[in-house]
Design a protein around this ligand. Structure first.
Ligand code: ADP
Ligand code: MG
Length: 901
């Protein structure tokens, strides 16, 4: 047993062995391994993983904390302090460095952990058969001997030998570099020494299924696979050094530090010219450097992003690429599919058309309760032969199953096919006896580019018949005959016109229309390709099914309109059905839907123009989706694109934000996407955009708050140095303000609840820097205002008392005005009295504590020593508090004024 895993060198000949041999060697039947056996094999051979060898260690995270310029500036400050004998400063700065490193470490470590948790949630899955049942397991848990079930869009979890295959086509570009799909079959190969590309009865880890279905038995996992053996050669994905925003802020922070150092140098020179003592100058230089450096800046972005991502996960949005969170906020167009996203994805046949007659179908959902009515009277298949013929195709060309769970009927498999089963049941066609009477011979599964599925069955007299269900327009073109109820006749122009009119009538009622046809095959030369089977068909009838719009979609779309987002529906469905649904849920569609065949003939340039105005695309294929994405992007739109099938992967990759559907989405699509929506619901996509905007807002307002504080400190200090009065703030004061008074509220702002008005304004302009003109002017204005108040208090106190007291007063004003300003900083547009103060509890606590410590330090000897504070009488404290409200009041009035305009 387990030869493959034990001696991987012998796996070369798996493709030469017969199916029976493979099963015997690996000790497994088609029912699959037993669960205990699978578990013990997993323990014995280890998880099915390609070890990347690169894992960020705890130590690395810790060391990286000391890589920032800010820390080095602080270390220099400590060294200078030591040289000039300011031991208290040295201790204070060292404490800050260690605290900063610890905080940074903790934040990065927890961010790393939450990203790892997300990775786990979005890790690839595999469908296997164990204990005779199909089940989905994480791809890392499959073992040698597992029976792997493959369908279009699956990512192959390990190397495996095929047991059976139906029109199976693989994409093996990851291994062979060949982009053409490779056809697979299950028979043993006789030739030896075949290259991977020629092993047509094998499937390999990391490749994906383009078409068809199959079952395969796993012969190697993890590093023993072909992919594992070349893993070392595979180009490393390149560790991502943060999102664009993180990078930009990193650069911005660096500029800030250098600018501060420049100012320090100038002031230092100025002092030297004036003949100030070197000791004094060194101390001032340290203070200035400390003042300018926003110590908590890098942490804020990391925290805002990682907390945001975890919050999104709780709201059914899994983020695969952190950068997507930022892009979300600038999204201008959402391209969404219809079925299952805008609609519930639960179909019920409402109308049948066969032999020139229309039948109404009653009943809801997939349950068998309901009847088929002709002119208001219930009928059954037994007395309407043509109705029975239609139901036979519905049932015969079908891979779904219905199951009753707690009184509710559900479909397992394609909902469209499930609906056909229900309507066949209403026509009193019994599945079990049908399957026995007409055994299945061969099938070509549904694929959304072909928009058809075909099953070949053996009729009781022994000949084969192909049954076809599919999009009715294209199907009708493949028909040359028609079943009129009294016999089969050549199809006339009038027949076509009648059928097309009925298709339109159904589609206009928002029904999804499906056509059915068949052909009796000439036994001797029965081909197996779609081309060979699907021609000269006999048209039988139509089924119109209703898939109700999601109730929450309408509201989500209204919200998008307010938020300046355009919704584009892209569907494989009939244009009239698409338009009817679009109108129903409020997608603006004054112009008709653009269909795939029309799109085909429009050159890229014109498509760009059309795309700006088109809201509904119908009967499209995956290739069209990619063209639509490109056209929109060329117009300057930021495009979010949803998809589920394998062939949607290119469009998802091509969009600014690729969104995969968690339930209906294939593995390949999910791996190509930036986000995964776990409930396939359009409203969740809109919610994700809301979250993205909110996270961006939080980062921006936190930056604003922090940088305005730094500006105030720097201005206050610089002005005093220039006019030649003592420095108003000591290094310890500045460190305290940056770390406690500013730093802690900043963390609370970064994780603030999302503002309710984020979806009431247009998307932010793509490429617009986070520090735009409005941002910088507010930052400077706030800084000047705060510095001015503190400066006035300092000068006044310097005049009337000693330097130490004056410093305490200036320090107090700075701290008070910063903590007060934190409340207003929660929104850039709404005045503080329009924000509920209680919604950020952490901020209240942090501000309360800061405030308390400040007052306490003025009276408590130990704290006073630590923070270099001298006593302040109670009444003075109140006056300082009143003065400290000035910057906040002015800023809030400013918001009000801007609102009025
Ligand atoms: P969408 O998901 O955008 O609504 P699809 O690609 O799923 O569109 O379907 C397009 C058309 O293909 C449908 O309008 C229907 O006529 C046909 N169709 C859908 N599912 C099946 C199926 N399982 N078998 C046969 N035809 C189908
Ligand atoms: Mg679909």
């Amino acid at each position: 047993m387990n030869r493959a895993a034990a001696t991987p060198a012998t796996q070369d000949d798996w493709y030469n062995r017969s199916n029976d041999e493979v099963h015997k060697l690996l000790g497994v039947s088609l029912a699959g391994l037993s669960s205990p056996e699978a578990a013990s094999r997993l323990v014995r051979n280890g998880p099915n993983e390609i070890s990347s060898g690169e894992r960020i260690s705890v130590l690395q995270i810790f060391i990286s904390q000391f890589r920032s310029l800010i820390i080095w500036v602080l270390i220099c400050a400590a060294v200078i302090s030591a040289l000039v004998g300011e031991t208290v400063n040295v201790i204070a700065i060292m404490a800050v460095i260690i605290l900063n490193a610890a905080l940074g470490f903790y934040q990065e470590y927890s961010a790393e952990k939450s990203v790892a948790a997300l990775k786990l949630m979005t890790a690839p899955q595999a469908k296997v058969r164990r204990d005779g049942h199909a089940l989905t397991v994480p791809a890392s848990e499959v073992v040698v001997g597992d029976i792997l079930m493959l369908a279009a869009g699956d990512l192959v979890a390990a190397d495996a030998r095929l047991c059976d295959a139906a029109t199976l086509q693989m994409i093996e570009a990851t291994l062979t570099g060949e982009s053409e799909t490779v056809a697979k079959q299950a028979g043993a190969l006789t030739a030896g020494n075949l290259s991977i590309g020629d092993q047509t009865n094998m499937v390999f880890m990391g490749t994906s299924v383009a078409k068809g279905t199959g079952r395969a038995i796993i012969i190697a996992t993890g590093m023993a696979t072909e992919l594992g053996q070349i893993a070392g050669l595979i180009e490393k994905a390149g560790s991502d050094k943060g999102t664009p925003l993180q990078k930009k802020l990193d650069a911005f922070g660096r500029i800030l530090v250098w600018a501060a150092l420049g100012i320090v140098a100038v002031l230092f020179g100025l002092g030297l010219l004036r003949g100030t003592a070197l000791y004094e100058l060194a101390l001032t230089a340290i203070s200035l450097a400390v003042a300018a450096v926003p110590e908590s800046l890098p942490a804020v972005v990391t925290v805002a992003l990682s907390v945001g991502v975890m919050q999104m996960a709780r709201r059914r949005v899994l983020v695969r690429k952190l950068a997507a969170v930022e892009t979300l906020g600038s999204t201008t167009v959402i391209c969404t599919d219809k079925t299952g996203t805008l609609t519930v994805g639960e179909m019920t046949v409402r109308r049948l058309y066969v032999a020139g007659q229309s039948y109404d179908v009653t009943g809801e959902g997939y349950g068998p309760a309901g009847a088929i009515l002709l002119n208001g009277n219930a009928v059954s298949g037994s007395d309407h032969a043509s109705l029975l013929a239609l139901a036979a195709i519905h049932l015969g060309c079908n891979n779904a199953h219905l199951r009753e769970e707690a009184g509710i009927w559900k479909t397992i498999g394609d909902p469209t096919e499930g609906a056909l089963l229900t309507s066949a049941a209403k026509a009193r066609l019994e599945r079990k006896s049908f399957e026995q009477q007409y055994p299945k011979h061969f099938e070509i599964p549904f694929d959304s580019d072909r928009k058809r599925s075909t099953v070949v069955r053996r009729m009781p007299d022994g000949h084969l018949r192909a049954l076809v269900n599919g999009a009715p327009g294209p199907l009708l073109e493949k028909c040359t005959l028609i079943d009129t109820g009294t016999g089969v006749q050549p199809i006339s122009q009038q027949d076509r016109t009648d059928v097309l009119a009925e298709i339109s009538a159904m589609a206009n009622r928002a029904l999804r229309v499906l056509g059915s046809a068949y052909r009796d095959l000439d036994g001797s030369k029965t081909g197996q390709s779609a081309e060979e089977l699907e021609h000269d068909l006999v048209f039988v009838g139509l089924a119109g099914m209703y898939d109700p719009p999601r109730p929450e979609a309408r509201q989500a779309i209204a919200q998008c309109r307010m938020a300046g987002l355009r919704i584009v529906m892209i569907t494989g469905d009939h244009p009239d059905t698409a338009t009817a649904i679009a109108r129903d849920i409020g997608i603006a569609s004054d112009r008709p839907a653009l269909t795939g065949s029309e799109l085909q003939d429009i050159p890229d340039k014109d498509l760009q123009e059309r795309a700006a105005k088109t809201s509904v695309y119908a009967r499209v294929t995956a290739a069209h989706k990619l063209r639509i994405v490109h056209a929109l992007k060329a117009n300057g739109d930021v495009v979010a694109m949803t998809g589920d099938g394998v062939n949607d992967a290119p469009a998802i990759k091509g969009a600014d934000i690729g969104i995969a559907m968690g339930q209906s989405g294939t593995e390949v699509t999910k791996q190509a996407a930036d986000l995964i929506i776990t409930d396939d619901n359009f409203a969740t996509i809109v919610d994700a955009i809301k979250q993205g905007r909110g996270i961006y807002d939080n980062i921006r307002k936190t930056l604003q708050y922090l940088l305005a504080g730094s500006t105030a400190e720097l201005l206050l200090m610089a002005v005093c140095v220039v006019i030649g009065v003592p420095t108003p703030l000591l290094p310890i004061h500045l460190l305290w303000i940056n770390l406690v008074t500013d730093g802690l509220p900043a963390l609370c702002l970064a994780t603030d609840a999302i503002d309710s008005d984020v979806m009431e304004r247009p998307p932010r302009l793509p490429g617009e820097p986070i520090t735009d003109r409005g941002f910088l002017s507010t930052m400077l204005f706030t800084g000047c205002l705060t510095a001015a108040v503190a400066f006035a208090v300092f000068l006044y106190m310097l005049d009337t008392t000693d330097t130490e007291t004056a410093r305490t007063y200036a320090f107090t004003v700075m701290v008070f005005s910063e903590v007060l300003r934190a409340f207003g900083a929660r929104s850039e547009s709404r005045p503080v009295w329009r924000i509920s103060v209680l919604t950020n509890r952490n901020l209240l606590i942090v501000v309360g504590v800061s405030f308390g410590i400040q007052v306490l330090s003025q009276h408590n000897a130990v704290l006073g020593d630590l923070l270099k504070s001298s006593p302040v009488p109670f009444t003075d404290c109140l006056v300082l508090l009143a003065l400290s409200t000035i910057p906040s009041i002015v800023l809030e009035l400013g918001k009000l004024w801007r609102q009025r305009r």
